[in-house]
Structures are given as structure tokens and as C-alpha cells.
Design a protein around this ligand. Structure first.
Ligand code: SF4
Length: 269
């Protein structure tokens, strides 16, 4: 009798992070430049807004690494300075101005935190598997509130996120699924903490809304596998090209004007 199942070749899982999936959805060609082409094509210069985001995230991570008694606003200037990323700014004057801005955001944010409240995780990697995906990603913060977990994501961009952004974020939903499985606790609430305004955009997921995000992630992964087999990665040119690292090597992107690396942090913009 034919033996089925037991000795069948296991299906290979598609290994990914939410940002890898998002990169393909934004522009398949950019996905190819980032994840497929080797050697990868040269990127444009570093962006100041990425430097700013990284600096603020690291300062918050290191603030939580302090003993609770030392988690004060007074600790912030040293923390921010120690891991400040300098790349992408127009000049030192702009960099200093943005540093002061970032410090003010952090001071007012930290002022609203209870230093004795220990998050379950800070910059914590979570991972899970489905029938077709091996998913992982790093969460800015996982809070435990009552019996439930909450996914917290820090935002430092100009634009203030809305509840729709929290609901629509694939990354946050996938983190919630992975955290719930990993820590065996319910995790439905996802929050975007916007440091520049101190606002919080939150959404409470349901089983259905989480399942929908997971299904879409699996669909995108299937599209990527098909694209890799056919080696077709079409361009998705649009306004995003102006901010794309690969604009310099992508003929479709050249039709959109280049942005200065510091434009998104400019106080006059
Ligand atoms: S420049 Fe535009 S079309 Fe080209 S890879 Fe980047 S986002 Fe895609």
C-alpha cells in the first residue's frame, strides 16, 4: 500500500519579516534590489530621518535597560548622545537642532511612563510559523497589561498616525500573532506611539482581523515565490521613488525628483 503523508517532502517555508513582505508590496523591483540581486546594487546616501528614528529607538531601549530608579528624564541627554547616528544631515547646525528636538520628544514621552513598570520585552524578536511562512521580526516594546499583551511601536516621522494606520499595519498584526503564540497570552491591542506629538493610535484586533492580516501575508509570500521563479519583479513607480534607496540605479525611479537626504527632518519643510 502506498504510504502517504509520513514520508512526503516537507514544504519549504518562506522565511520573512514584515518589512520584507512590505518591501515587495511597495515595489517588487525594490524587493529584488534589496533581497535578490547579489551583489546588491549601490544604495543612495543615508537618510537623516532614518538616523533620527534609529537614535530615538536606541535611546528608549537603553533607558529601559537602566535600573528603574535611574529611569528619569535626566538620564536622556547622555543616552541619546551616546548612540546618536550622525548620517544624512545637511550640516552640524541642522543635526544639533534635530538632536534638541529629539531630546524634547523623549523627555516628554518618558515623563508619561512609569519607570517601575517593566515591559515584557524591549526590542524583542518574536517568531512564529504557519503552513507556508517562517515569520520573525523585532518589536519595539511588548507591554503586559492585565492578562493581555500589547504591541507598542514608536514612530518619529512628521505625519501623525491614525487608528486606521494601527489597524492596517501588517507588521503590528503579525507581531501580535507571534507574541501571543510565543508567550501564550492573548495579544490583540496594537499601538503606534508618535513621539513628536505624544499621541497614541491604537487598535484592538479580533481573531478575524488578525487572520486576515496573516492570510494577506501568506498571499504576498506566494507572490514573491512566484516572482522569484519567473525572475520578474516589475517596477511600481510613483512618489515613493523620490525616497527610494535605489532611485540612482532604477530607470523608472529617475523620472521622479530626488529628495535631499535631510529633507524629511528639515524644520522648514
Ligand atoms: S525607484 Fe521606484 S520603481 Fe525603482 S525600485 Fe525604487 S520604488 Fe521601485
Amino acid at each position: 500500500m502506498e504510504q502517504l503523508g509520513l514520508f512526503a517532502t516537507p514544504r519549504r517555508l518562506f522565511t520573512c519579516t514584515p518589512s520584507k513582505l512590505g518591501s515587495y508590496e511597495d515595489c517588487p523591483r525594490r524587493y529584488r534590489f534589496t533581497y535578490v540581486d547579489r551583489p546588491a546594487p549601490p544604495k543612495g546616501p543615508p537618510w537623516a530621518h532614518n538616523s533620527l528614528g534609529a537614535s530615538v529607538h536606541t535611546a528608549l531601549k537603553n533607558w529601559y535597560a537602566l535600573e528603574p530608579e535611574r529611569r528619569t528624564t535626566a538620564a536622556l541627554p547622555k543616552l541619546l548622545k551616546a548612540t546618536w547616528v550622525r548620517e544624512g544631515y545637511r550640516d552640524e547646525e541642522q543635526e544639533r537642532e534635530v538632536y534638541r528636538r529629539a531630546l524634547a520628544w523623549l523627555e516628554s514621552y518618558v515623563d508619561g511612563l512609569d519607570p517601575h513598570e517593566e515591559p515584557l520585552g524591549v526590542e524583542r524578536t518574536v517568531a512564529t510559523r504557519t503552513e507556508t511562512l517562517a515569520l520573525s521580526g523585532r518589536v519595539d516594546r511588548i507591554d503586559q497589561r492585565g492578562d493581555e499583551l500589547v504591541i507598542v511601536d514608536y514612530k518619529t516621522g512628521r505625519w501623525r498616525p491614525s487608528e486606521d494606520d494601527a489597524r492596517g499595519s501588517r507588521a503590528l498584526a503579525l507581531y501580535a500573532i507571534a507574541a501571543a503564540r510565543q508567550f501564550r497570552k492573548a495579544c490583540r491591542r496594537v499601538e503606534l506611539h508618535h513621539l513628536p506629538t505624544g499621541s497614541v493610535a491604537a487598535f484592538e484586533h479580533t481573531d478575524e482581523s488578525l487572520a486576515r492580516h496573516l492570510r494577506r501575508a501568506e498571499e504576498t509570500a506566494a507572490d514573491i515565490v512566484a516572482a522569484e521563479e519567473s525572475t520578474e519583479f516589475p517596477t511600481a513607480a510613483g512618489a515613493q521613488c523620490s525616497w527610494c534607496d535605489y532611485r540612482g540605479v532604477c530607470p523608472a525611479g529617475k523620472e521622479f525628483s530626488a529628495r535631499a537626504p535631510w529633507e524629511a527632518v528639515s524644520s522648514s519643510g
